[in-house]
Design a protein around this ligand. Structure first.
Ligand SMILES: [Zn+2]
Length: 88
């Protein structure tokens, strides 16, 4: 069975593996981008798409879903992840 998740940016539901995962790690409260299976906690998902990343940071959407403040640094990490994905 394919796991589907909803994008925080555009609201479209896609296959989990086609999305960027951001997890607030339960043990540390750190935000982890595309963490491995050992990372547990509240998660948000985004399309590999600059518009969706921008949308998620607008109106503090991502912050609300993860229930923790998100930094510009995280945005940078997401952009890196996007670049990574596109160069594959
Ligand atoms: Zn999206």
């Amino acid at each position: 069975m394919t796991i589907k998740r909803k994008c925080v940016g555009c609201g479209i539901i896609k296959n989990r593996e086609d999305m960027i995962k951001i997890t607030k790690e339960h043990a540390t409260d750190n935000l982890v981008v595309n963490g491995n299976s050992k990372v547990f906690g509240r998660s948000a998902y985004l399309c590999y798409n600059n518009t969706c990343i921008e949308q998620a940071f607008k109106k503090n959407k991502l912050q609300k879903i993860l229930k923790t403040p998100v930094s510009q640094e995280l945005k940078g990490q997401l952009t890196d992840e996007l670049r990574h994905h596109e160069s594959k």
